[in-house]
Design a protein around this ligand. Sequence first.
Ligand code: SF4
Ligand code: SF4
Length: 131
Amino acid sequence: MSKKKGSTQVTIFPDWCKGCGICAAFCPGKVMIVDQTGKAKVVREEECINCGFCELHCPDFAIMVSPKNGAPERDAAQDDGPAAPAPAPEAAPAPTAPVPKAAASKAKAQKTAAKKAPAKKAAQRDPNKKA
Ligand code: SF4
Ligand code: SF4
């Protein structure tokens, strides 16, 4: 947003203001005062430099600083053009569950038995062949 004097509109929402005076005390442009009704009131809007202090520090969110009609929301120098599209998130590898030790050794035993099985069967078919 522009930081040029006079380019902002300072709005105070009296229903939310509790009159603590933080905004009036710290505003560099002395834009507002706390009046006799105990509420903050804008008295010198043209002195606002759009520092944002009042908006940030009002404990009751009772102040809004916005660009005046036609004022740019941001400085042209700050405008870098449209934002580049965000890169697609990389696909995370699917987590592999650890194989329990007992299950792993059982599977190994089955594999070994399967390898030996054909030789054993062949030996059973040939009665002349000695084991
Ligand atoms: S800081 Fe907020 S609550 Fe306090 S006087 Fe200013 S507008 Fe009111
Ligand atoms: S933005 Fe800064 S200069 Fe403007 S009214 Fe708030 S505190 Fe004051």
